[in-house]
Design a protein around this ligand. Sequence first.
Ligand code: GDP
Length: 433
Amino acid sequence: MTIATIAALASGRPPSAIAVIRVSGPQALAAVRALTGREPPPARTMALRSLSDPDDGSLLDSALVVVFPGPNSASGEDLAELHLHGGPAVVGGVLAALTALPGVRLAEAGEFTRRAFANGRMDLAQVEGLADLVAAETRSQRDQALALAGGVLSRLADGWRSRCIAILAEAEAALDFAEEEADVAARLEDMAAVQLRALAAELAALLADAGRGARIHDGLTIAVTGAPNVGKSSLINALSGRDVAIVTPVAGTTRDAIEVPMNLDGVAAMLIDTAGLRDTDDAVEQEGIRRARARVAAADLVLHVIAAGDAEPPRDARHWLIVNKCDLTGVAVADALAVSALTGAGIADLRRRLSEWAQAVVRPGEPPLLSRARHRAAFADAAAAIADAAMAQDAVLRAESLRAAAQAFGRIAGRVDVDDVLDQIFSRFCIGK
Ligand code: GDP
């Protein structure tokens, strides 16, 4: 089967100053020849070239062209980049001319990266890091994604996998010794037990930090609760600086839970408006309310809003009491944050406190290693297998558990059983990635 050569716009939607089209596959260099009418420039060197439609010779653009011959390219194949003027007609014309060439077609979402993975240019955790990097909206998400894309997690998992395999080799050696030299076997078993305990402790520390990684990746959740009309939606608008939540003077008119993203000095957070959470007979609404209540119950922080003059509700550590409408009375409740969503008084102070809280929870200066459920699951499986190995009375069972642990570590970089997750991961990429 011949491999198709793929082409796609790799930069943002036109119009833009510059648009980059990538071409990868066996025909990539021939495609450059066809559109420029001459040999490609030397590898990894940009050159200005006129691009023409090979069909009728019409000029398409004057562009910067660079080629990366495989296997030392991002995709591992011959790769070319055309840096065009970013007009829709230029981009459309060049893509049409490219895909009219034999063996060249438009790329599917994530196909360049998929080829990089297939050609061993990136491992699976790095692919996920790249996807996270493209999606990163906050500084801490970017730091985390860069660490993952740089292979930090894969190296850790591969190192642990090698240690498992080394212990396994010793465990198998112990099996051979078992009959003749019981003392040698016993010594090897003691060594294995010590190594397993060390490995278990390191894994436990990694897993204990998993919640922090997930919070950076997915964002912290902050629920805003309180009686109807205290100003929850107004507060969310004031905090987020957007006009998203629906503010009305009629009690209970905000429908459904509205979630508003916020960037707390580099940490992603989601404000959950609970204004619409009231009892209803409508089945669809009930389901929405059930889900919203679950989000509130699991929120990292609850801002409970009352209006100035209202009675104070009981509180716990996860709740901050916010007294809104302080412009009406000017009276502040002790130990609460007094704000006015209407005038903006106290809002900057609240934002600052939320930001301090967010920094304390996720410690963005130290990118955590675990951010995705897939990683947590693989390391948790490895930890369970190592615990089994440590407890195993029988050498054969211990070897079996060690093999399972090595297998689980191998899943991180995609060295074993990954076929089922590949489609899921690559389908989330955009076209041209
Ligand atoms: P929710 O039901 O808790 O989401 O309350 P809304 O945000 O819809 O606000 C209810 C009403 O209170 C609206 O008429 C708002 O304009 C008003 N409101 C909200 N915040 C303030 C405030 O700080 N001061 C005053 N005076 N009115 C406010």
